[in-house]
Design a protein around this ligand. Sequence first.
Ligand SMILES: [Zn+2]
Ligand SMILES: [Zn+2]
Length: 242
Amino acid sequence: MNTLPGKKPEQSALIRAITRLMPSNCLLCDDQVEWQHGLCKECWGTLPRNTTSCRVCALPLTGGRLCGACQTHPSALDKVVAPMIYRQPVDRIVCELKYRERLSWARTAAELIVEIIRQRDEAMPDFLVPVPMTLRAVRRRGFNQSAYIARLVGRRLRIKTRGGIIVKHRETERQSNLSYRERQSNLRGAFEVLKRPVGQSIVLIDDVVTTGSTANELARVLKKAGAAEVSAWAFARTPDKI
Ligand SMILES: [Zn+2]
Ligand SMILES: [Zn+2]
């Protein structure tokens, strides 16, 4: 049987339309049908929610409202909001997003951030700034996952994203291996503000807030350059010791 050359595009358009109508599978188990934000109902139920946390840095707490670190070292950040605890399966989601380029996870992360921001009725900033990576690191990975999340969050909440106002000039060591003082000196001079955000309120977007030192240093530098308020919205927050 002869295949008509004109048939093929039509068929593939039909297949594309059917695929769009078919429910997609859960990004995590690939077994059940997606329920919301890329996950099935069962996997959704396993997400480690960060419900009791420090009101400043979002560190998961069992009780109290301010963690020890925020009591001893006041943060330059006004607030951190993180809906998830960096624990299974959130760690797997973040690793797949960062190291296996599974960008559909950026949508899950963004939608979970949007959900908590709306639930808590958080104030909208003037703009979002994804936590910057050095040019070299972006080239190596091919993308900055925080920039993806920021764009999606910005689109849903109608907030502009201005990634270009601050750049990262040099690599910094993994913060979690360092003491508080070492973290401070490790980060000094790593960031440069290119456009002064005078009087503006900014929200930094990150995938995971680990020690909070990077976001804190960004907030310090942005405030020094004139920013009125700097908070951070992240997908997840690491517990105290991992
Ligand atoms: Zn699932
Ligand atoms: Zn805290």
